[in-house]
Unconditional design. Sequence first.
Length: 311
Amino acid sequence: MPTPIEKLAIVESELNRIIRGKADVIRHLLTALIAGGNVLLDDVPGVGKTTLAKALARLVDAKFNRIQFTPDLLPADITGTSIYNPSTGQFQFRKGPVFTNILLADEINRASPRTQSALLECMCEHQVSPDGTTRFLEAPFMVIATQNPIEYQGTYPLPEAQLDRFAMRLSLGYPDEEAEREMLYDRRHIDPLDSLKPEISCEEVLSLQADMKKVGMEASVSAYLLTIVQSTRHDARLTLGASPRAAIRLADCSRALALICGREFVLPDDVRELAPLVLSHRIVVDAKTRYAGVSAQEIIAEIIHNTKLPL
């Protein structure tokens, strides 16, 4: 019988069959899942953001809900609300779609800041308290949010506090010619999503998340990770550096990637690979640097390049 890590490899293979030519993004999405983090898929329309999220949900034998974010969406539409029952004379709490294992928040930046803020407690503490009573969400819990970075009309930028709740910010980008040709062939007759079936259970995902915590990280690798994170706080081009939560997330994601790769220890290369995905959306570039055309990703890449690898 396949082990949980072998089943996760099957999930990865199936996702690569659905989303062609994006093996690195798929591995990073699974890394976030095993690290217990949330993911922001930030890309132009039509490249497969929603398809990737739905495919993952089908491959994991878990509860799945999707919320289409719109300007008129209210916080209660996400978390749920208390409704008066005349027959009992009491208020009863009706759970919202956030009570699930994998939540697809589609076009998250189309909702108002008030509605977006309803996800903060869910994403960080895996609980909601809309009426003053704390209700815990079922584990595992993951938010996969999508947004279109080039369409600004009718959208609300995600605040830094919410961006900090995402373990990674991923981008699919356009497929290459060969991958797009295979995609056209795959979709001639049926939708490949229809052929997917659950390959791993929630209990096995939780087991992998527990195994992730046991993956070793030497003191030299921890110091290397912290040097990268702390460098963002002293860079004159940044008005906001990476938070301590970012350091914890980078460590967890590095452990998760090592586990997926079949290792019991983290390599500096794991940290180098994941740092741009974990840190870039958590820093704020000052206006002068931004107008000069320097992006957060370029600054993180420069910091990594200038940080000496541990021996």
